[in-house]
Ligand binder design. Structure first.
Ligand SMILES: NC(=O)c1ccc[n+]([C@@H]2O[C@H](COP(=O)([O-])OP(=O)(O)OC[C@H]3O[C@@H](n4cnc5c(N)ncnc54)[C@H](O)[C@@H]3O)[C@@H](O)[C@H]2O)c1
Ligand SMILES: O=C(O)CC[C@@H](O)C(=O)O
Length: 389
């Protein structure tokens, strides 16, 4: 029986991917084999020693101590692209909300008092405050052209906008998906100087913390509208407030409310709703549940943010050995020597590395005795050894 410890509300459709006769899933499990979560800020101490894997039912992994997990040989899986459409839709909604002052206008209309004739008079008198602008012909800057950024960029093109994008590490896959009408910026500064509206879709990490700061906002076009559905810390909030006060920034639409943003006329702060659709929650939970199951049951790794992709079909009737080790020379030699010394014949083998880590999967004929596992586990640099029968 495998045990999955959950944090946050995980879609039932995802949890149903774990067969009941093989898996127990609960937010209250003492000795879990894996952890599954959404935005919960996971502490290393919440991951017991025996945990084999962590699954993030979403895109961003800044709430997970990924480096600590890597040091312990634990893959962290996420769900790339599974919530991209939901975030794209809300971002595009954000363009309209800001361009037409929809939230401010709705609040004005909601609070009108008097007879219908008086309300009508107040409407005609008050509506000029909410004169907006249309999107065609405006330039949208998209920072981060991953799963979400590409969808936002392509939709903005379809709406008649000019789009300029910046991503220093765009993948070949995303480049193929991106409309050829998206213009490339060579830096964030260039993008900011060319855009009327800017939307950020980069992950939060040390390089992107405070990516949108005071000097970048000061160099941007007056009247800029900034959208942030990535993470709060990617944008320096104080700099945004100052730029709004100077009326250099015309609006800030984000998914991250705070005290400082409260009560500001030109701020629309939503309660982290980007991925909050039934579809996206199901997609994320199903994708991550399937990846966790595959890892637990076969050792295969798909979509881990800290491990290489390793998928080897299960062959024969023997055992599978899975070894996580430091990416240093001669590991394969030592693993195969330990197996050969025990008289075990290797049927198939796959080894791949990523940064500091390497992962090896070996199918052998017959059973792997515990002594072999102990020998391999004792090799310097080996972090974890597991046998799947
Ligand atoms: N509001 C929400 O509910 C919500 C939902 C999903 C994702 N997100 C956030 O959005 C982020 C992006 O999600 P995604 O699915 O598109 O991820 P992704 O990994 O597919 O794309 C991120 C892209 O950002 C690029 N990037 C990295 N550093 C950059 C930099 N310094 N400048 C410009 N681009 C940079 C990467 O190369 C990558 O192409 C997530 O990491 C998460 O923090 C928020
Ligand atoms: O689970 C959520 O609601 C938010 C997820 C989102 O922030 C993500 O990074 O995928």
């Amino acid at each position: 029986m495998y045990r999955i410890l959950t944090f946050n509300n995980i879609s039932v459709k995802g949890l149903e991917r774990f067969p009941r006769d093989q898996y127990e899933t609960s937010s209250d499990i003492a000795h879990p084999d894996a952890v599954m979560l959404r935005s919960h800020k996971l502490q290393e101490s919440e991951v017991p020693e025996a945990v084999l894997a962590v699954g993030r039912a979403g895109a961003g992994v800044n709430n997970i101590p990924v480096e600590a997990m890597s040091r312990r040989g634990i893959p962290v899986f996420n769900a790339p692209g599974a919530n991209a459409n939901a975030v794209k839709e809300l971002t595009i909604a954000g363009l309209f909300l800001a361009g037409r002052h929809i939230c401010q206008a709705w609040a004005f209309a909601r609070d009108l008092d008097g007879t219908d004739a008086e309300i009508n008079a107040a409407v005609e008198q008050g509506k000029k405050r909410f004169t907006g602008f249309e999107l065609p012909g405006r330039t949208l800057g998209v920072i981060g052209l991953g799963a979400i950024g590409v969808e936002v960029a392509n939709t903005a093109i379809a709406l008649g906008m000019n789009v300029v994008g910046y991503d220093p590490e765009i993948t070949v896959r995303r480049a193929w998906q991106l409309s050829s009408r998206v213009d490339q910026a060579h830096s964030v500064d260039e993008l900011m100087s060319r855009a009327d509206m800017v939307t950020v879709h980069a992950p939060l990490n040390e390089a992107t913390r405070g990516l949108i700061n005071g000097s970048r906002l000061a160099a941007a076009n007056p009247g800029l509208v900034l959208l942030n559905f990535a993470r709060s810390e990617v944008v320096e909030e104080q700099a945004v407030l100052e730029a709004l006060d100077r009326e250099h920034l015309a609006g800030y639409v984000c998914d991250f409310p705070s005290n400082a943003l409260k009560g500001r006329d030109n701020v629309i702060a939503l309660p982290h709703l980007g991925a909050s659709t039934v579809e996206s929650q199901e997609n994320c939970a199903i994708m991550v549940a399937d990846q966790l199951r595959e890892y637990l049951e076969t050792g295969n790794i798909r979509n881990a943010v800290n491990f290489p992709e390793v998928v080897m079909p299960r062959g024969g009737k023997g055992n599978r050995l899975c070894v996580v080790n430091a990416n240093v020379p001669n590991m394969l030699g030592r693993i195969s020597t330990a197996l050969a010394d025990a008289g075990l014949n290797i049927e198939d083998m796959y080894n791949k590395s990523r940064d500091e880590l390497a992962y090896t999967v070996v199918d052998v004929e017959g059973a792997i005795p515990p002594a072999v596992v102990e020998t391999i586990g004792a090799v310097e640099g080996v972090l974890r050894v597991r046998v799947i029968e």
